[in-house]
Design a protein around this ligand. Structure first.
Ligand code: NAP
Length: 248
């Protein structure tokens, strides 16, 4: 039996790169998308063409009923869950905090914080030895913004990722004796569509001069760190972080 992982936001960017690499490394992959079913289907088709096993399911991470259904369906179709990549995340257009509407704050925190909590809860219920599970691993996708902030751009997003860092540390300790490792990656500026969501598709090229390595990162470079944290190579790591940021 292949190990089974679920990747939220697997239709594009870092999640899609992680899904492809995970399948290459022998995982059966369930990837979820939000609205972009065509992109999710294309990732599944790539994985299957390469001989891997994958399944795409639409689900809004901020919806509890969607999350319950997503995990139930993934386990029913692929088997016992061994890992989660808690990746789905959003940001909105650049602005100062004093211009942010309540609606924007609710959307960003609903997806990035509440969504990540709902996504972490379901695998704990399945993988923890406390619930008769056989253990597993969770990798949360945070951001360097949690450490560096995002002034004048998205203070809300940076704060939501700060919550992910705190959740990673707390949950890791909570379930460490129950066979579950919980770690996180903090990507720096990575070439994905997320920057277009912030209103600046070319943001990575604008800021790359501030990166010590003088370049933006690729989704595949983040995926490799995620896969390492999920693997037995990281068997004594929990509550820890890998900054995938070119030294930023
Ligand atoms: P992306 O290219 O914009 O992809 C976002 C993914 O999340 C898509 O698959 C999208 O699904 C999904 N998604 C968005 N809202 C969702 C929701 N409510 N429910 C379920 N899925 C949802 O972004 P990315 O750059 O790969 O980002 C992935 C993660 O890395 C995020 O947590 C982000 O904060 C983090 N990160 C990215 C960077 C960077 O520079 N790119 C840096 C630091 C951290 P659809 O395709 O269906 O819309």
């Amino acid at each position: 039996m292949k190990p089974v992982i679920l990747i939220t936001g697997g239709s594009r960017g870092i999640g899609a790169a992680t899904a492809r690499l995970a399948a290459q490394r022998g995982y059966a992959v369930c990837l979820s998308d939000h609205r972009n079913e065509a992109a999710a289907a294309a990732v599944v088709a790539d994985i299957e063409a390469a001989g891997g096993e994958a399944l795409a399911l639409p689900a809004d991470v901020a919806s509890e009923s969607d999350m319950l259904h997503l995990f139930e369906e993934a386990c029913r179709r692929l088997g016992r869950l061994t890992g989660l990549v808690n990746n789905a995340g959003v940001l909105e257009h650049h602005m100062r905090l004093d211009a942010m509407s309540l609606g924007r704050l609710q959307r960003v925190f609903a997806t990035n914080v509440i969504g990540a909590f709902l996504c972490a809860r379901e695998p704990v219920k399945r993988m923890s030895t406390r619930h008769d599970g056989a253990g597993g691993a969770i990798v949360n996708v945070s951001s360097m913004a949690a450490k560096l902030g995002s002034p004048n751009e998205y203070v809300d997003y940076a704060a939501s990722k700060g919550a992910i860092d705190a959740m990673t540390i707390s949950l890791a300790k909570e379930v460490a004796a129950e066979g579950i490792r919980v770690n996180a990656v903090r990507p720096g500026v990575i070439y994905t569509d997320i920057h277009a969501s912030g209103g600046e598709p070319g943001r990575v090229d604008r800021v790359k001069g501030s990166v010590p390595m003088q370049r933006g990162g690729l989704p595949e470079e983040v995926a490799r760190a995620i896969l390492w944290l999920l693997s037995d190579e990281a068997s004594y790591c929990t509550g820890t972080f890998i900054d995938v940021s070119g030294g930023r």
